[in-house]
Design a protein around this ligand. Sequence first.
Ligand SMILES: *[C@@H]1O[C@H](CO)[C@@H](O)[C@H](O)[C@H]1NC(C)=O
Ligand SMILES: *[C@@H]1O[C@H](CO)[C@@H](O)[C@H](O)[C@H]1NC(C)=O
Ligand SMILES: *[C@@H]1O[C@H](CO)[C@@H](O)[C@H](O)[C@H]1NC(C)=O
Ligand SMILES: *[C@@H]1O[C@H](CO)[C@@H](O)[C@H](O)[C@H]1NC(C)=O
Ligand SMILES: *[C@@H]1O[C@H](CO)[C@@H](O)[C@H](O)[C@H]1NC(C)=O
Ligand SMILES: *[C@@H]1O[C@H](CO)[C@@H](O)[C@H](O)[C@H]1NC(C)=O
Ligand SMILES: *[C@@H]1O[C@H](CO)[C@@H](O)[C@H](O)[C@H]1NC(C)=O
Ligand SMILES: *[C@@H]1O[C@H](CO)[C@@H](O)[C@H](O)[C@H]1NC(C)=O
Ligand SMILES: *[C@@H]1O[C@H](CO)[C@@H](O)[C@H](O)[C@H]1NC(C)=O
Ligand SMILES: *[C@@H]1O[C@H](CO)[C@@H](O)[C@H](O)[C@H]1NC(C)=O
Ligand SMILES: *[C@@H]1O[C@H](CO)[C@@H](O)[C@H](O)[C@H]1NC(C)=O
Length: 401
Amino acid sequence: MAAAGKTRSCGAFYFSLFSLLSVFSLSESWFSGEASRRKLSVELNPGWPSPAPPGGDLLHVRAVGDNNTLHFLFCSQGAPTLLLVHTNTSSSTVNVDWTQFLSRNVSGSLKVEPESSVLYSTAVIFSRLWEYDDVNDTAEPTSDLFPPYELQNFTWSRFNLSGPNALLCGATTTFANGSLCLQLSVFDSEGRGPSLPRLLHTANSSQLGVWLDGVLPRATRSRFLLELQAVGGVYPLSRVEVHRSIDDEFTPSIFKVSQWVSSVNGSSDVLGFLQWKPVAYRQSVPALEDATPCRHSDPRPQSGEAVASASGLIRAFYAEPEAFGLNVSFGLAGDPFYNSTKFLSWTVLLGSGSPPVDSFSPLVLAMMAVGLGTPMILLLLGGVCVCVRKRAAASTYEPIN
Ligand SMILES: *[C@@H]1O[C@H](CO)[C@@H](O)[C@H](O)[C@H]1NC(C)=O
Ligand SMILES: *[C@@H]1O[C@H](CO)[C@@H](O)[C@H](O)[C@H]1NC(C)=O
Ligand SMILES: *[C@@H]1O[C@H](CO)[C@@H](O)[C@H](O)[C@H]1NC(C)=O
Ligand SMILES: *[C@@H]1O[C@H](CO)[C@@H](O)[C@H](O)[C@H]1NC(C)=O
Ligand SMILES: *[C@@H]1O[C@H](CO)[C@@H](O)[C@H](O)[C@H]1NC(C)=O
Ligand SMILES: *[C@@H]1O[C@H](CO)[C@@H](O)[C@H](O)[C@H]1NC(C)=O
Ligand SMILES: *[C@@H]1O[C@H](CO)[C@@H](O)[C@H](O)[C@H]1NC(C)=O
Ligand SMILES: *[C@@H]1O[C@H](CO)[C@@H](O)[C@H](O)[C@H]1NC(C)=O
Ligand SMILES: *[C@@H]1O[C@H](CO)[C@@H](O)[C@H](O)[C@H]1NC(C)=O
Ligand SMILES: *[C@@H]1O[C@H](CO)[C@@H](O)[C@H](O)[C@H]1NC(C)=O
Ligand SMILES: *[C@@H]1O[C@H](CO)[C@@H](O)[C@H](O)[C@H]1NC(C)=O
């Protein structure tokens, strides 16, 4: 009877040892990250014969996965636009009728074929830049708004490509020597951006960095707002969720993540998203001390026609665009004005499916493993020793019984 009791308590020790080991192997699989890779191919102005079409470039990044493809289309015909099309085959293609595409007056000049393979599409348009004179340092854009900069009227550079990344800069005459730049990055696998805010991305998302460099402000106390439009077919991005983020190692001091998502009739299924951390940086090499918080307004329905006339890509792809717009404002009351550094950068992800969720970082996991694991291992080893000794003792006594 007594021997059976001892065996049971030893079993409990072995069980806890086993669970500890499985916790370690679980965290190890987090370290390595699930291997969900896509094969990327890049094409500038697909189907256009000569070097550069008039009015702006069109970049196509094809990201092929198992049995599905994501097409990322980035275009500077009008306001800069990034369109994401998700198809259920690995052989879908993009077809552009350039004559119609450049005339920008009919839809259907850019097609993803076969059209029956398209599961979902969404686009983001950077439509306007607002500036206001924050005389009383309230960071509330009220009456002292300057006329907005219409990004569709900017002079845009050609795309500067490096692999699946594209840099686009534009300006208007009053910017002096300054510019507004957008940097698109498309990824073949999960990872994090190299610089702050170090957003976590998957192979199903692309990243856009936006920055305002050296622009001559119209007032000493100027602050800026960036107006974004999200366009979709049946299910446009319509609501913004703000979640707590546990990740404080990669984006120090920022404990929130905002995601602008589409939803199917109010269900919790998310088809596509724009995701960002509510932070911008006031230096071109971002550091913690240059962080400035940002806020967003509630998404509001917009005229699909207005968005299509601002963006050549939206006109070409969507017959009946449904659009929602919001403003992202940079800086809170008391924060330095734009004039202090003449630089502001912000980063956002556009992707299909559910947005990436931060888990504890490897460093935090390692610290937890060392902090909690070491005493547990010592306890367990002690337990095992006791078990082994008692067994040894039991086996020596047994013949006598
Ligand atoms: C891809 O589709 C084929 C045929 O429909 C199926 O046999 C295969 O399991 C699918 N692969 C994946 C990774 O879904
Ligand atoms: C679109 O514009 C082209 C020339 O810019 C013109 O020839 C064509 O008729 C227009 N189409 C429509 C539907 O307005
Ligand atoms: C892709 O989706 C379309 C429409 O939903 C469907 O008709 C087609 O069979 C699907 N193809 C594959 C390979 O699943
Ligand atoms: C700034 O404050 C002054 C004095 O309180 C007030 O008269 C003025 O209307 C304020 N300006 C703005 C733009 O809020
Ligand atoms: C921007 O361009 C559009 C179309 O060309 C034009 O209607 C509008 O007046 C321009 N806006 C500004 C502020 O120049
Ligand atoms: C393109 O970008 C690279 C780095 O991103 C930069 O060094 C180069 O000068 C750029 N080229 C042009 C033509 O702007
Ligand atoms: C713009 O750059 C040129 C050449 O670098 C310089 O001479 C000029 O003063 C600059 N203008 C402004 C407004 O900074
Ligand atoms: C990416 O999208 C594909 C196709 O919808 C899906 O099978 C896969 O699970 C997604 N991967 C991630 C990391 O969300
Ligand atoms: C969503 O709701 C509309 C009407 O409210 C309905 O026509 C449509 O079928 C619904 N779609 C889904 C996927 O439930
Ligand atoms: C962005 O802010 C400006 C200025 O307050 C406002 O006129 C505009 O309607 C806002 N845009 C959206 C989409 O809310
Ligand atoms: C802000 O702008 C004013 C003129 O518009 C200039 O005199 C001042 O030096 C600027 N401040 C900084 C910090 O650049």
